[in-house]
Design a protein around this ligand. Structure first.
Ligand SMILES: Cc1cc2nc3c(=O)[nH]c(=O)nc-3n(C[C@H](O)[C@H](O)[C@H](O)COP(=O)(O)OP(=O)(O)OC[C@H]3O[C@@H](n4cnc5c(N)ncnc54)[C@H](O)[C@@H]3O)c2cc1C
Length: 387
């Protein structure tokens, strides 16, 4: 197991690169074609300890920071792989580590660290509320020593491959609380303990291989000690998870962008048309160079957001800006790479069309570009709110 706490970031990067060598493009292409979950890859990350880097040493993890997690995910993506199969375990940690009780950490973290328990599902989005999270309608109602949960989540990725889920619910009606963000509560629920038919998970077919689902709760009874923190205060707990999620996904986008820029520049240097490499034409060369510049600028913002998160500073704005810049950079790189490869970009064996589809997600999820612009426009620059 990876338990060398003094391992430097560079050593982590190199070790993850070696791990990814065992999972080349053919592996990811096959998962994509068969819409299958990359279990062998996830198991390799568990076995080497890289999936549990954020879990403190006392609970069996390596107690590293978000920067280490960013390096791991970025490296996976730079190799052409996809961390979406397991990144939720890293980003949900912020909610559990910062706001979970000692009992909850003792109960769950050792199993998650050793891989016998999977915390891969984050249930926030609902069909009717969309981005307007405070309008969720999934409820949790206290009943003796339990809570009873009813409602529906959508886009709950990896729910079928997870034992545990961090779940956002309403415990008080939106109309009866002082602010819409009040009255929301977060639970760490064990899906294995669901009574028959109380949790139904339905896969959604999508343009990418993301194991995403709809989850229906029908009188799902959970022990009261599944509640994280104080009832009704869950929105602020979930924000720690969301900031981590935005930063980690931004790191994945940087990996995607670096993968695509390299693909494009290698191809442009080799492919000869009209008797010379296409990369000699500035019409091909300059967009690739521009894409590289955008990517490296975005990477600096991701680093800043990650270091603010690690030092416990407020980092909502930085996490949002990092996600926006990185997802725009990876999308730009994907488009440039497609253009550079011409017709060959459409051949699956180059892994470009797959990355083009995969990286497009991040302009929409986990938070869309427009919502980030609105946050910066109103919260940072003080302009009037549109909603
Ligand atoms: C593959 C995939 C995996 C996902 N995984 C998860 C997961 O594991 N857990 C989870 O909880 N969620 C998950 N999501 C959900 C994701 O976070 C949401 O799709 C995303 O936040 C956008 O919400 P929405 O789809 O409801 O869009 P909507 O809120 O319906 O918005 C639609 C569009 O309108 C724009 N818009 C809305 N309001 C405004 C406004 N006021 N001003 C300007 N523009 C506006 C948005 O920017 C967006 O472009 C996933 C989604 C996908 C597609």
């Amino acid at each position: 197991m990876f338990r060398n706490y003094s391992e430097s970031y560079e050593q982590i990067r190199e070790a993850v690169e070696r791990l990814c060598d065992d999972f080349p493009g053919e592996y990811w292409r096959l998962q994509d074609q068969e819409a299958s979950y990359p279990s062998e890859f996830v198991q390799a990350l568990i076995d080497t300890g890289y999936l549990s880097v954020l879990i403190p040493e006392e609970y069996g993890g390596s107690g590293l920071d978000l920067k280490a997690a960013c390096i791991i995910l970025e490296t996976i993506h730079k190799s052409g792989g996809n961390g979406a199969a397991c990144h939720a375990q890293m980003y949900t940690m912020g909610t559990l580590l910062r706001h979970g009780s000692v009992e909850q950490k003792e109960k769950w973290l050792p199993g998650i660290a050793e891989g016998s328990l999977r915390l891969q599902a984050f249930g926030v989005t609902e069909p009717s509320s969309g981005t307007d999270t405070t309008r969720i309608t999934t409820t949790a109602v206290r009943d003796g020593d339990d809570y009873i949960i009813n409602g529906q989540k959508i886009w709950t990725s990896r729910a079928e491959h997870s034992d545990l889920m961090i779940l956002l619910t309403r415990t008080e009606d939106r109309g009866s609380v002082s602010k819409p963000t009040k009255g929301l509560s977060v639970f760490l629920v064990n899906l294995n303990e669901a009574e028959e038919d109380s949790v139904t998970i339905t896969p959604i077919e999508t343009m990418i291989n993301h194991a995403t689902t709809s989850v229906f709760f029908d009188n799902f009874r959970v022990p009261a000690d599944s509640l994280i923190g104080t009832e009704g205060e869950g929105f602020k707990y979930i924000l720690d998870g969301m900031n981590a999620e935005r930063i980690l996904i931004a790191a994945e986008c940087i990996g995607d962008a670096r993968f695509l820029v390299k693909k494009a520049s290698d191809y442009a240097s080799e492919r000869e048309v009209f008797g010379r490499p296409i990369g000699q034409n500035q019409g091909i060369q300059f967009p690739i160079a521009e894409s590289h510049i955008q990517t490296e600028a975005a990477a600096l913002m991701v680093e800043k957001a990650g270091s603010d998160f690690d030092s416990g500073k407020p980092c909502g704005t930085e996490a949002n800006m990092a996600k926006l810049l990185a997802s725009e950079a990876s999308w730009q790189a994907a488009d440039v790479c497609m253009q550079t490869l011409g017709g060959f970009a459409f051949a699956q064996e180059y892994d470009v069309e797959r990355k083009f589809r995969e990286t497009r997600l991040y302009r929409i999820a986990p938070v869309s570009t427009n919502l980030i612009l609105s946050h910066v426009g109103t919260h940072v620059l003080g302009m009037p709110k549109s909603f």
